[in-house]
Design a protein around this ligand. Sequence first.
Ligand code: FES
Ligand SMILES: [Fe+2]
Length: 419
Amino acid sequence: MCAERYTDTEYAKQEWQNVWSKTWNVAGLSYHIEEPGEYVTTNLGSESIICVRGDDNQLRAFYNSCPHRGTRISEEGESFINHFTCPYHGWQFDRQGNTVHVPNEDDYPQGSPCGRVGLKEIQCRDLFGFIWVNMDPDACSLEEFLGEVVTTDLASYNIQDTVRVLNMTADSPCNWKIITDNFNEAYHVQVLHPGLIPYIEANHEACQFDTLAEGHNRGWFPSHNPSVLQEGDEVADHLAVIMRQWNLDPDDYYGKENHGRIRHALQNAKRELGELKGYKHYENYASYQFTDYVIYNIFPNTVLSVGPDGVQLLRPRPHPSGDPQRCLFDHWWMVHPVKGVKTTPSPAGGPDLPVKDCEHDQFLYGEKSLGRTADEDLSIAKMQQEGLSSSGFQGFNMAHQERRVQRFHEVLNDYMNKA
Ligand code: FES
Ligand SMILES: [Fe+2]
């Protein structure tokens, strides 16, 4: 593999045509677009898309480009409108994308634009609580794109019942693939994230990695249990707090020989007490879902890390400037509301977060923390970007446990080689 896919502007342009314009991408959250007139505007690379619920209750997506002279008609974010109004000359569009008002309508020799031209529509779907869009009019269905494993697995978590309590975007100094590569392997965990070892399995032989036929992949990490790599007999504080919540006494599990029992004890306790404590989303969980983290890497860039009580989206988007050595990294934390629970620990560190829909926070990487684990991941991104640009870069020499990275690049090659 050569480095051009991480550094080259021409490669990035081709990637836009062959990858971003052809794949399904998450545009926003379904609960923001439940009523007619509610809309979400999202940006991908230099493109911008508006998703809006129409008066007929249909969800539609449109390019954010005025059919008069191309101006963007909506800023990024979510809100409600009766009509979209272009800020330049005041053309107006209804919730179905039709032009409904044009100043000096009689001054168009070709006939009034109203009813004749409108916003350009693209494919749009609502699934698992996410709004998905695809710019390719000939794209396969979202379910076909995701495949059976991803579709079945994600459906079992009822993500549509979650609320987004963290929504950060860091303008980051690396190609988007440096971030997807990072989430396509866990080889780095033992080195870069030693803080995870007390409660997530970091030994690859005790995890499961699957590459899926549709080009996506999955990594399963037994969790809420000290990794076999953990030294010492203690149960870490973070895990002990969770155990006590479920009526388990961490002292009963002191000693390395007892650590292997914690995960099953928690699964049993959660199955028994979950409903009583208001954890409605546990109702149909399989045992592993009570404790484990599973990461779904949906090609190209939708990374969903799913745990017992919520989902993190860890997503790099191509940079609006077109610079292949920059990207926008999104970190969302979406949790299942539990009756009586008003706050949730933040994966971005700092104070607990209120369990309610939050504002978007965008900043330059380095200005703020994205959370300890994400900061650790990103800390390496700039260094890797710089190293990949070296004349001494020799391609990748990867371990078997990095086969999801290997597979990702094979899938990318397939897309790039399509005419
Ligand atoms: S560019 Fe939108 S009204 Fe003129
Ligand atoms: Fe990581």
